[in-house]
Design a binder for this molecule. Sequence first.
Ligand SMILES: *[C@@H]1O[C@H](CO)[C@@H](O)[C@H](O)[C@H]1NC(C)=O
Ligand SMILES: *[C@@H]1O[C@H](CO)[C@@H](O)[C@H](O)[C@H]1NC(C)=O
Ligand SMILES: *[C@@H]1O[C@H](CO)[C@@H](O)[C@H](O)[C@H]1NC(C)=O
Length: 410
Amino acid sequence: MFPTSLFTTLLLALTVAANPVLLPRSSVTLPLSRRVNVTSVHNLVRHDVTRAKALKARGLAKANGFSVDAVINEQVDNQAVTYVASVGVGSPATTYSLLIDTGSSNTWVGAGKAYVRTSTSVQTSNRVSVTYGSGSFSGTEFTDQVTLASGLVIPNQSIGVASTSEGFDGVDGILGIGPVDLTSDTLSPATSSLVPTVTDNLFSRKTITANEIGISFEPTTTEDSLNGELTWGGTDSTKFTGSISFTPITGTSPANEFWGINQSIRYGTSTSILSTTAGIVDTGTTLVLIATDAFNRYVRATGAVNDAATGLLRLTAAQFANLQSLFFTTNGVTYELTANAQIWPRSLNADIGGTAGSIYLIVADIGSPSGEGLDFINGFAFLERFYSVFDTTNKRVGFATTPFTRATTN
Ligand SMILES: *[C@@H]1O[C@H](CO)[C@@H](O)[C@H](O)[C@H]1NC(C)=O
Ligand SMILES: *[C@@H]1O[C@H](CO)[C@@H](O)[C@H](O)[C@H]1NC(C)=O
Ligand SMILES: *[C@@H]1O[C@H](CO)[C@@H](O)[C@H](O)[C@H]1NC(C)=O
């Protein structure tokens, strides 16, 4: 179920403990695998833009106290690129492949593999439903035992058991690791109850000593690879270089409903793409999305053209040779997205309906102008180059460089 390396580490940890008393762990790590599954042309961009619209609508609805589902009615697209974790539910546990999502906070199963009830399953009197923009699920709330890693168990986690779901082919559900407030209005009749997330429960049970998550993704040139890692209760210093710099959660709505930050974006030494504004960091988005006016400035600066087949921007080889870095500045610290980091991995061009050898950019138009409170999304394309930390206790997001920040694998 878990890769040998993790198992070996756990065994080693047990072996070297001279003291037989079981010490509480300060952090726990779960391996994540990345999958690329783009089944029709435009899925990649359309999925991300639809999600961006839905997140924005959801954040605004929440801030203004109206029903979330009323404002979201979009075409369903399956997730194009996913990071999934193997999570056990029940006793004996059934293992589910769950999508890691920092943009939502309910954990649920049943999209693919059906929920298996065991002696630890307790059905509550609630229905639960969540709309994600390009997908949705609804079903019944249970509390059950959730096993995140060998020996790491949450005895009483609220989970959704889907009776219907759309947009999640190829996965069994979601592990929602966004802020707990995003669970408001997801239960009925208990509409005013929040549903403690997996992270909240690990923290309140003192399994972890800090209410935070560290995430490592790596760029990859293959369709499937086991190259991500989620650490609860701390960070994994083997996955980043230097130190982590933090930025406070933005006060700007609707980005502040999510892992939202203030950030500016510059191209090369002096071309401003986006002056300081609010947006979010999101593991459910593949690309880097920026407001339409910023996107137009990026197009002018790079000379890229829109590629009809993929929906992405395309560069010639000569333009790529001149492509400058994009600089993301937040709370006084600047993160450099190199030219290589701005392009889709060329070995996966066919997966997005592209042509072998062509050069496609991972920066896309969010579909609305800046100044609306959610003007960018730093998705996978960014998170594969920087380690990220989502710190609930201190209401902040952290980034650090990694051995892959300047990699030229794409
Ligand atoms: C389990 O969690 C539910 C809500 O999530 C709570 O109502 C119930 O009291 C908890 N049971 C135990 C034994 O902790
Ligand atoms: C890929 O997507 C298609 C259609 O959306 C789905 O039927 C299939 O199960 C997915 N495959 C994987 C491995 O996720
Ligand atoms: C973010 O930007 C907004 C708007 O400029 C500003 O009011 C706020 O103080 C900034 N910082 C935070 C942490 O929200």
